[in-house]
Design a protein around this ligand. Structure first.
Ligand code: KIV
Length: 286
C-alpha cells in the first residue's frame, strides 16, 4: 500500500518557495504533474557541474541525451556517439543529481538490432551509468523494444516525431505530423504508451498533432519544437544558455549569453597574463 506521503508532489509550490524537490523525483511524480495539469521542465546535462546546478534549480528530469554526440564530442550528427562514450557522462550526472530523475539516451545502433540488444544496452546504462530510466527513439516499430525493457524493470521514455537518429531516412531536419504524417505520429505515440513508456518526447511536430497526442495520452508528453500544449518542455542546455553559437533552431529560446561570458573571461585572463596583472599578491604563496 502506498502512503500519501510517498505520492505527494516532489516540489514546493508555495509563494516564493524555492522549487526544490524534497526527495528523488520518480516517474509517478511526473504522472501526478500531468494529472494536475502542471507543466514541468526538462534539460539535457552531460557533466557534474551542470547536473548539480540544474538539480538545485528544481529541474525534475535531466536527460543525458545522445545530443552529447554534437554538444560534447563535436560530431556533426547524433549518429556516431557510442554507449561507451555516453556511460561515463551518465555516471557523472547521476553522481551529481540529488533529486532529479536522470534519463539516459540509448544511442544509434545500441537497440535497433533486436529486442535483446535493447534490453542489454538499457541494463548497461542502469548498472554502469546508474541511470534511473532510459530513452529511445522510435514509435510503432519499437513498441516491442519498449515493452521488453519495461518488463526488465527499467522505465522507458519514448521519442517520436522527428527522431534525429533517423535523419537520413527522414530526409533531414523536417517538421513531422503535417498532412498525411499526422496519423503516423499519433499512432507512434499511442503504440509506445501501450508498450509501457512512462513519457513520450515529441520532437519537431506541429502544435496541432502535439496538442491532440497530449490530450489523448494518459502519460506525459515532453515537447521540443512541439508548441505550447505538451505536458513538459525540454531543451538542450547549451542552446538554452546560449553557449552554442550560430543560428539556433526556431524552437530554442536563449535565456543567457554564456558564450559571451566565457569568451569575455578568457580574453580578460589572457590580457591579465600578458600585462603581468595575474597572478596578483592575493593569488601568491609566500
Ligand atoms: O538527445 C537529446 O538531447 C534529445 C532531446 C533533444 C530530447 O533527445
Amino acid at each position: 500500500m502506498t502512503s500519501a506521503a510517498e505520492v505527494s508532489a516532489p516540489y514546493g509550490s508555495g509563494p516564493g518557495e524555492p522549487k526544490t524537490p524534497a526527495k528523488r523525483v520518480r516517474i509517478h511524480h511526473l504522472q501526478e504533474l500531468k494529472d494536475r495539469g502542471e507543466p514541468w521542465p526538462m534539460l539535457t546535462a552531460y557533466d557534474v557541474y551542470t547536473a548539480e546546478l540544474f538539480d538545485e534549480a528544481g529541474i525534475p528530469v535531466l536527460l543525458v541525451g545522445d545530443s552529447a554526440s554534437n554538444n560534447v564530442y563535436g560530431y556533426d550528427t547524433s549518429l556516431p556517439v557510442t554507449v561507451d562514450e555516453l556511460i561515463p557522462l551518465v555516471r557523472s550526472v547521476t553522481r551529481a543529481a540529488k533529486r532529479s530523475l536522470v534519463v539516459a539516451d540509448l544511442p544509434f545502433g545500441s537497440y535497433q538490432v533486436s529486442v535483446e540488444q535493447a534490453v542489454t544496452t538499457a541494463v548497461r546504462f542502469m548498472k554502469e551509468g546508474r541511470a534511473h530510466a532510459v530513452k529511445l527513439e522510435g514509435g510503432r516499430h519499437f513498441a516491442p523494444h519498449v515493452e521488453a525493457i519495461v518488463n526488465a524493470g527499467i522505465p522507458v521514455m519514448a521519442h517520436v516525431g522527428f527522431t534525429p537518429q533517423s535523419e537520413h531516412q527522414l530526409g533531414g531536419y523536417r517538421v513531422q505530423g503535417r498532412r498525411d504524417g499526422f496519423d503516423a505520429v499519433l499512432a507512434d505515440a499511442h503504440a509506445v504508451q501501450e508498450a509501457g513508456a512512462f513519457a513520450v518526447v515529441l520532437e519537431m511536430v506541429t502544435s496541432e498533432v502535439a496538442k491532440k497526442i497530449t490530450h489523448e495520452l494518459r502519460v506525459p508528453t515532453v515537447g521540443i519544437g512541439a508548441g505550447p500544449d505538451t505536458d513538459a518542455q525540454v531543451l538542450v542546455w547549451q542552446d538554452m544558455v546560449g553557449l552554442r553559437r550560430g543560428r539556433a533552431p526556431r524552437f530554442v529560446k536563449r535565456y543567457a549569453d554564456v558564450a559571451g561570458v566565457l569568451s569575455g573571461a578568457a580574453r580578460a585572463f589572457a590580457d591579465d597574463v600578458r600585462n603581468r596583472q595575474f597572478p596578483a599578491a592575493e593569488h601568491t604563496f609566500h
